[in-house]
Every structure is written in C-alpha cells, then in structure tokens.
Design a protein around this ligand. Structure first.
Ligand code: ADP
Ligand code: MG
Length: 478
C-alpha cells in the first residue's frame, strides 16, 4: 500500500506538535516545511533556507526522527530540499541534503549542500549561502590514518613533529604552510589525515577540510561551469580554518586552478588559517606550477619524507598486524621488512597478499611461503637485494646483533661478519663501494675493497670458510 506523502507529513506534524512544549516554536520551525515526495521510505522535505535545515538538524532532529520512524518504520530516511533564496546570485535550483541523523548508517559525509547536477561526483559541495557561518563541513578525514597508527622514524620525523605541532596550534606556528613532500607510498596522505584528526580532537569547533588536489580541481571546474565561482571562493576563504590539500603536483599546467588556489592561499594565510600541502616532488622540482605559487609553498616549513629504514619497516608491519589481531613469525616479519624497500604501500600490499594467500590455501604463514610470494611479488620489479638484508642474514648466521657489526669492535668474529657483509653487498647489489662502506659502520671505500679481497682470499684457500660463505649466500639469494 503506497503511503501518501502529505498524509505522512500531517501525521508527523501532529506527533511533533505533541512533543514540543513551546507551540510557538513549533509554528516557527515546522509550519514552513513542506513535504515534497515520498519514495521508498525516503521522505523529502522542502525547507526554506540553509539556516532552517541547520537549525532543525541541530535542535529537533530527535523528535523529527521519532515521528518519521513511527510513520514509515525503521528504514525511513529523510532528505531536505533547500530552495535557495532567490536573492542570491548564481545558486539556481534546489539542493538536496540527506538528514545527517536519521539512519544509523548515515555517515557524516553529506551534511553540506549537494548540488543536484553533481550527483555523480562524490564531493562535498562548497557552495554555502553567505551569512550562515556555522555550516558543518565534512572534513573527509579517515579515522584509520591517525597518529596512533603512524610509526615514527628518522625518515618522517621532521614532517611528523611539524604536523603534530601544527595540530596543537593551527595557524599559529611558523609552519604555515606546512609543505610535505616525498615519493609515492611513503605515508604523506596518512600523515595529513593524522594532522587533521588531531586538530579536530583538540579543536572540535574548527573547520578542517582534507581535499585532494584533484577534487579541488573538479570543484573549481564545476563552479566555473555552473557560474558559482564566487561561492566556491567564499567557501574556501570564509569557512575553513585548516585546509589540507593532497598531491598538489596535480595542479601542474592547470593555470585557472592555480590562480584560484593562489587567491585562497593568500586569503587564508592572511587570516592566520592553517594550510597543509603535500606533493610528490620538492618545491624546486615542481614543474608546471607558477613561480608565485611555488614561492608561497616555501613560506612555511618544507619537510621531506623518505623511505623508512628496515627497523621502522618492521615496526610498521608489527603495528598493522597488531591492529588486525594477526600474529606472524618474527622471521617472516623480518624477511618482509628487509626485502621490500620500495615503499610502505608495497610493504603493506605484500603483507596483505601473504595473509590472503595463507588463509586461502589454509597454510600457516611461514618463511617459505613468504619467500615464495615475495619472489613473485617483489623481485619482478625490485630485483636488488638490499645491503641491510645482507647484513641481517650475516649477523643472524654469526648470531651477533647488527649494531655490534656496525660498531667499531675489532673482535675476530665481528670483523669477519663485517667483511663478509661487505663482500656480499658488493657481489649482490649495485651499490658503490662508498655506499657499502657508509652503510657498514661508516667505513671508506678502501676499507671495503680491502675487506672484499680478504674474503675472496679466504674463500679460495679455506675450505671451511668456503662452506660457511656459501651457506650464507644461499640464505640471501634463495
Ligand atoms: P603517500 O600519500 O605518500 O603516497 P600513503 O599515506 O598513502 O602514502 O601511505 C601508503 C600506506 O602506507 C598507507 O596505508 C599508510 O597507512 C602506510 N604508511 C606509510 N607510512 C607509514 C608509517 N610511518 N606508519 C604506518 N603506516 C604507514
Ligand atoms: Mg597520497
């Protein structure tokens, strides 16, 4: 039986009226609403302005929810259609807003006007009626990317601590803008979310917006098409306290977007609002961006993120496993950490594949399974064995801590391990003698050369040594 939209709303109103003590308020806030349509348990109400929408959502949503559920059952949903004031330029048409509160699964996402024309794009729409300051903007922050889940290492220390400082005092530190750059998959986006979340935690009243440069570009293009560029500008300049733009290299050669970004940047910066920006290139290497834009990026702090070292990679794996409640043998964790040195994203990818494979094959996660998978997963695009991994295997073989090998100790066994590490690094990596020396306790290239000769010599003359060396080499290469 189809329910009549008007009748449903009448019933809702009488319920609401009974439940609101001040009848005058009821007249003020509910009389002006009109039922527009009812489709599959979704009731759409016409509201006269954004202010109405906000006020109702903030003050009367509970009673409104109860009334609609009573009429339509538990799956009921509510949408608002805001008919924008005709006195405002360029906003033509309605905006439909889902009620933020009426379904259990609703996320916070669309508590901003959603342009009907832009349904296909899952973007928060920036257009806001001037004069209404208190609009909830969907921050687009991902709770999983928190500081708690972010492993700190020397590779990301500057960016992380500057980001943390910014979150404690947005707009008030010298780090404005905070510009973070580094290769793909090293944790830039994660850090941005962490900064945004921490800011929201400290300052719930501040409006934080995370947006990819690509989304920003699309919004800008839409605003040009729809003749709403002023609203777009106004949104960014008036509503946002902390603006986070990810992957700004996307702006390359997009002059219109750069122009508008430049304006927004200046407006926000002058108002002591915080800007946090990332790129996969350093400011010096950002091609296709106007000089004046690049110079803005350099106003605050520019921090580079690098590939985490093997120890940090191990911590990252351990953290992910812990979070997912998965255990894995230590040698497997080490193997992954030492062998995947291209990016954290790849490391995660390998970890996920390994877990998936073991559960599909109902096999335990073992070093052999890991090796087998890594061969297919990594070796194809990253043939090089790392110096760190060689050192690890050698130290395991001699049962000495890596730190000892990297120290200045001259004990026979330690020296042997050090020499063998250098020899195998030279044989199995493309690294220069200087690099090998550097990573092997800060030795110079002559020391490395000497070590290699001495190992070769023992190999040629000492049978036992030969057997040992071959055993180690097998562990490294198999
Ligand atoms: P980028 O934006 O630099 O390309 P991402 O932030 O998307 O990199 O990171 C890729 C993946 O690696 C994400 O899943 C992220 O959680 C993870 N990751 C990167 N760095 C760290 C870190 N230091 N601690 C924990 N996870 C990290
Ligand atoms: Mg990213």
């Amino acid at each position: 039986m189809r329910k009549d939209c008007k009748q449903v709303w009448e019933n809702c109103l009488s319920f609401i009226k009974d439940n609101i003590s001040d009848k005058k308020l009821f007249e003020t806030w509910f009389k002006p609403l009109e039922p527009l349509k009812l489709e599959e348990d979704v009731l759409t109400l016409k509201v006269p302005s954004m202010f109405f929408y906000e006020f109702i959502e903030e003050n009367y949503i509970d009673v409104l929810k109860a009334s609609i559920r009573k009429e339509l059952g538990h799956n009921a949903r509510l949408m608002y259609s805001v008919v924008l004031d005709t006195g405002i330029k360029n906003t033509g048409g309605n905006s439909v807003l889902p009620s933020n509160n009426i379904t259990a699964t609703q996320n916070y996402a669309q508590n901003v006007p959603v342009n009907l024309d832009a349904q296909s794009r899952d973007l928060p729409n920036p257009f806001v009626i001037p004069g209404i300051r208190k609009v909830k903007v969907n921050s687009q922050l991902n709770e999983n990317y928190s500081f708690d889940n972010f492993v700190e290492g020397s590779c990301n220390q500057l960016a992380r601590s500057a980001g943390y400082a910014v979150a404690q005092n947005p707009g008030k530190t010298a780090f404005n803008p905070l510009f973070i750059h580094g290769a793909v998959g090293l944790g830039k986006t994660h850090l941005l979310h962490a900064i945004g979340l921490e800011t929201k935690r400290r300052y719930p009243e501040k409006t934080v917006l995370y947006i990819s440069a690509e989304q920003f570009f699309q919004q800008f293009v839409d605003s040009t098409k729809n003749n709403t560029r002023n609203d777009f500008l106004q949104f960014y300049q008036m509503m946002i306290d902390v603006l986070i733009i990810d992957d700004i290299q996307f702006f390359a050669n997009k002059t219109g977007t750069q122009e508008v970004f430049f304006q927004i940047f200046n407006g926000l910066h002058a108002a002591n609002k915080q800007l946090i920006i990332t790129s996969d290139k350093s400011p010096a290497d950002l091609s296709g961006l106007e000089q004046r834009v690049i110079s803005r990026l350099k106003w605050g702090l520019s921090a580079e993120m690098q590939m985490p070292d093997a120890q940090t990679r191990m911590q990252i794996i351990e953290k992910k496993l812990f979070k997912d409640g998965i255990t894995m043998p230590q040698d497997v964790i080490e193997y992954l950490a030492y062998n995947i040195n291209s990016s954290v994203r790849e490391l995660e990818g390998a970890l996920i594949s390994l877990i998936a494979r073991s559960s599909i094959a109902k096999q335990e996660i073992t070093l052999d399974l890991a090796k087998d998978m890594i061969d297919k997963f990594v070796r194809s695009n990253n043939k090089e064995i790392s110096i760190e991994y060689i050192q690890k295997v050698v130290c395991d073989y001699f049962k000495i801590p890596i730190e000892t090998m990297l120290s200045k100790t001259r004990k026979g066994e330690v020296v042997a391990a050090r020499h063998i590490s250098m020899f195998l690094s030279r044989k199995h990596t493309q690294s220069s003698l200087a690099t090998i020396g550097n990573k092997c306790g800060n030795k110079d290239h002559a020391t490395v050369l000497h070590a290699c000769r001495s190992v070769q010599n023992s190999y040629d003359t000492d049978k036992q040594f030969k057997t040992n060396l071959e055993a180690i080499e097998k562990r490294i290469t198999e």
